[in-house]
Design a protein around this ligand. Structure first.
Ligand SMILES: Nc1ncnc2c1ncn2[C@@H]1O[C@H](COP(=O)(O)OP(=O)(O)OP(=O)(O)O)[C@@H](O)[C@H]1O
Length: 264
């Protein structure tokens, strides 16, 4: 479970370029909840994930994961709880190492790394079994250098590696945005299966409103650093892209109304 209380995050505070990226975020995410996160460019989506992951610390507020206050923890210390998959498939893997060397690193998540661990003979059948689940034939290519894989194959491997040791929290930062539509759908299905099998607490940023509605158990919309929509269950299932667009334009309209008030 994740709990964010009164999270505020500024960039360039006190300067003319000041940005209020997260404006008093309060969010409780229960164990196994799969939250899709939408919002316009600059709404604060990545900043929210960065604050949870510890990529940077909030200016105020607190973050707890499974009742452990991690607010002041640096990113590397939170890594024992959190796995993250980015838009760029290059970021989740070591491209110059083989598939099984990458998996050997992933299986040691949260443990002290020490010197290069190498691939243990006893782990090899497990790696092949895991790869087989992907249905991409990668189980027959364990000695291939990861840099040779296509973006989709690599992102599938990244998803596998991110969840081989069950994380308490899975953060997906537009993880399908760089893929063609067919591959994106395959990775989304894989995501849904892994999240369901392991009952993972998950946040997934997407710009695709259809995906935001179809996937996950809860949907939040951010606008100017605030949560302006938070729906789950039946209410989420009834949502349409039209509803989301209406909400989106309403938030933009309010902004215009405020501006006109100010200018008036
Ligand atoms: N490291 C940073 N330094 C300065 N400003 C930043 C930094 N990171 C984010 N911002 C600013 O904070 C605001 C929120 O950015 P963020 O990346 O969280 O938005 P987003 O919703 O993820 O947008 P997008 O959909 O375009 O990726 C933006 O105005 C952005 O310019």
């Amino acid at each position: 479970m994740i709990s964010l209380k009164n999270i505020k995050k500024y960039f360039h505070k006190g300067s003319v370029n000041e940005v209020f990226a997260l404006n008093d975020i309060n969010l409780e995410i229960g164990e196994g909840e799969f939250v899709t996160v939408i919002g316009s460019n600059g709404a604060g989506k990545s900043t929210l994930l960065n604050c949870i992951a510890g990529s940077f610390l909030p200016d105020s507020g607190s973050i707890t994961i499974n009742n452990c206050d991690v607010t002041a923890w640096p990113e590397y210390k939170r890594a024992k709880f959190i796995s993250r998959v980015f838009q760029d498939p290059l970021l989740g893997t070591c491209p110059s190492a083989t598939i099984q060397q990458n998996m050997a690193l992933a299986i040691r998540r949260g443990m002290s790394r020490g010197l290069a661990p190498g691939v243990k003979t006893k782990d090899k059948p497990f790696f092949r079994e895991q790869l087989k689940h992907l249905g991409l034939g990668l189980e027959d290519r364990v000695m291939d250098i990861v840099g040779l894989l296509s973006g989709g194959q690599r992102q599938a491997l990244t998803m596998l590696m991110a969840t081989m040791v069950r994380p308490e929290v899975l953060l997906l930062d537009e993880h399908i945005a760089a893929l063609d539509p067919k591959t994106a759908n395959q990775i989304l299905s894989l995501t849904r299966d892994i999240v369901a099998e392991q009952n993972l607490t998950t946040l997934m940023i997407t710009h695709n409103m259809k995906h935001a509605i179809a996937f996950g158990s809860r949907l939040i919309m951010l606008h100017q650093g605030r949560i302006i929509l938070d729906v789950r269950g039946e209410e989420k299932m009834q949502l349409t892209v039209k509803d989301l667009l209406a909400q989106f334009y309403r938030s933009q309209g309010e902004e215009l109304a405020n501006d006109s008030l100010l200018l008036g």
